[in-house]
Design a binder for this molecule. Structure first.
Ligand SMILES: Cc1cc2nc3c(=O)[nH]c(=O)nc-3n(C[C@H](O)[C@H](O)[C@H](O)COP(=O)(O)O)c2cc1C
Length: 199
């Protein structure tokens, strides 16, 4: 697949088939992720790929709790969900993380006594890896959604998955085969002249 096609066809997917992604495919995606650039070539990323149904169900439940806390008592505008359609999709999605069969958690490995510039650089490096993974997933006909609402569950996740304390969670990506017939929410993108300035 041409890179341009993958970029054009990538949209966040929030409804999945239940069948799991084969381990070989997940490995390929992480391998591509790990080819990303990283500050000082530190390659600070560490990937935890969850296929255990029990563990993914627990994570989905925590995410739903976080979502409910966020939207509780908030008007759709304040909760960042500007339309009723988006709120409806979100509620359905968070009920069980769209049935996504796999979750990929991406951590950064902290160094001891690291300089203050290391963390922001590491976050950029890990994000570059995540984008490689997400675009590679399009080629495999997989859907993904980056889920920020796993933030807040760091301690629970560390305990559940036995994550070392030297690891800091940066991104959580749910992944699976998009549910047949489900409608993809096409989000409006800013015009180029709103985000680009040639100097
Ligand atoms: C850092 C980050 C966090 C996100 N967190 C969530 C989330 O918690 N829930 C969700 O449904 N989508 C989440 N998204 C997906 C965005 O809503 C989505 O990328 C955006 O609306 C644009 O749509 P598109 O990905 O289809 O182009 C997140 C995306 C990013 C990059």
């Amino acid at each position: 697949m041409r890179l341009q096609t993958a970029i054009d066809n990538r949209h966040s997917i929030r409804e999945f088939e239940k069948r799991k992604v084969p381990k070989s495919v997940l490995k390929k995606l992480v391998n591509n992720a790990a080819k990303a650039p990283s500050a000082s070539n530190a390659q600070p990323w560490r990937f935890y790929v969850i296929s255990s149904s029990k563990k993914r169900d627990q994570i989905a439940a925590w995410t739903n709790e976080t979502f409910k806390k966020i939207i509780k008592d908030k008007s759709p505008k304040k909760s960042n969900m500007k339309t009723k359609e988006i709120q409806r999709i979100a509620e359905k999605f968070y009920d069980n993380l769209g049935d996504a069969p796999n979750i990929i958690l991406v951590y950064r490995k902290k160094e001891r006594n690291e300089e203050s510039y290391i963390r922001p650089n590491d976050i950029s490096s890990v994000s570059a890896a995540v984008q490689n993974l997400i675009l590679s997933a399009v080629e495999e006909k997989l859907g993904t959604c980056w889920v920020g609402t796993l933030k807040g569950s760091e301690k629970n996740l560390a305990k559940l998955l036995d994550i070392p304390s030297s690891h800091e969670i940066i991104a959580s990506i749910i992944i699976g085969y998009p549910k047949k017939g489900s409608k993809v929410l096409l989000r409006k993108k800013k015009k180029l002249n709103e985000v680009l300035k040639f100097i």
